[in-house]
Design a protein around this ligand. Sequence first.
Ligand code: NDP
Ligand SMILES: O=C(O)C1=N[C@H](C(=O)O)C[C@H](O)C1
Length: 270
Amino acid sequence: MSIKVVIQGAAGRMGKTLIRCIQEQKVTGLKLVGAIDLWDVPDIGTDAGIAAGTKEAGVKMSTDLAAAAPDADVIIDFTSHFGTSGNAERVAEWGTAWVIGTTGLSDEELAEIHKASEKVPVVMAGNMSLGINLLCNLVKEAAKALHAKGYDIEVIERHHNQKADSPSGTALMLGQAAADGAGLDLKKSQMDGRTGHPGARTKEEIGFHAVRGGDIVGDHTVLMAGTGEMIELSHRATSRETFAIGALNAGKWVVGQKPGLYNMKNVLGL
Ligand SMILES: NC(=O)C1=CN([C@@H]2O[C@H](COP(=O)(O)OP(=O)(O)OC[C@H]3O[C@@H](n4cnc5c(N)ncnc54)[C@H](OP(=O)(O)O)[C@@H]3O)[C@@H](O)[C@H]2O)C=CC1
Ligand SMILES: O=C(O)C1=N[C@H](C(=O)O)C[C@H](O)C1
């Protein structure tokens, strides 16, 4: 039997990619039962498959999450920090498994997700691709070997000109992996850009630099710079399908799990 999926943020870049991947069976065993977005979106009332540029889904884009979610097996959410956190209490009440790709949540908003995960299984990751989740392991390993030898660690991310949050969720995942390897506390080490006269770099800093332009899907580089050499560990996403396929696989994995907060490493077995 197919897993019943609601896409939250269905009219967005990721929402439409997810709907196309379901309809074109890029991940099998899933059925679209709800496609939800906000009232101001022109696609409301249109068949979700047609709106996403693929075959008809038999499901209209709607604003009514409460009508679709309780009977679904999983909600896949790529919306905004306030949209995701604002729904946490309702999702926990409905008991529907939840996959969250939304980035840019504050600590208070993340606390709402943690609370919901006491009642429902939740997979949350700033990047759902296999490549980035593997790269986090490589970054941790490299930082462990190099930071103690004096190498400086910086994260550079590049995204399209519509991206709302900075640093990206992926940059923070990579920064966290580097901090874990280097034995640093990211909350204290994070240095977002540099301007004015910040002075010489300290050894505890992990710098984050955000570039925004055009239609860049998502590029991330972790730079480890020593004396006389530097290493760059990079990932380049060339299609949003890599995130969508990861999220749909997370959707299949999370249904039937115990309540708790999981990540893509749990899903991928990394
Ligand atoms: N984890 C991962 O692998 C990835 C994560 N992302 C993240 O996913 C999020 C979405 O990205 P993207 O698709 O590019 O963004 P878009 O802005 O293209 O799409 C988001 C959609 O969600 C809608 N929306 C906002 N709030 C709500 C709500 N409360 N209920 C229903 N719909 C809502 C928006 O409507 P409106 O336009 O009216 O605001 C918009 O249509 C971002 O946080 C991004 O960083 C993106 C790619 C991969
Ligand atoms: O907003 C995006 O587009 C992306 N967001 C995620 C992030 O914040 O890292 C993942 C990917 O890089 C694309």
